[in-house]
Design a protein. Structure first.
Length: 86
């Protein structure tokens, strides 16, 4: 393999609540963990790893599938904007 992969992580401004709200407001991403497959997923790592994790509570991980990239970017934009408006 060469180039970039289909997974990325980022931290949402705010706290755990804002990260969970972004994940909940995504329309094209399914809330689950996946390291392969044709569909896009999002997970909030700390809730999956459980108590005592060192993973930041506001970290989201995206797994990019085969959906249209413009549609995925627009979906992420609207989910992030919905949290900023609060």
């Amino acid at each position: 393999m060469a180039g970039f992969g289909g997974m990325l992580s980022f931290q949402v401004r705010g706290a755990r609540e804002q990260a969970m709200a972004v994940a909940a407001n995504l329309r094209l991403f399914t809330r689950a963990t996946s390291l392969g497959g044709p569909h896009s997923f999002v997970d909030q790592r700390a809730s999956i790893e459980g108590p005592g994790t060192n993973t930041p509570q506001k970290l989201l991980r995206l797994f990019i599938g085969l959906e249209n990239s413009v549609d995925l970017i627009e979906d992420l934009d609207q989910a992030l904007a919905s949290v900023q408006d609060r």
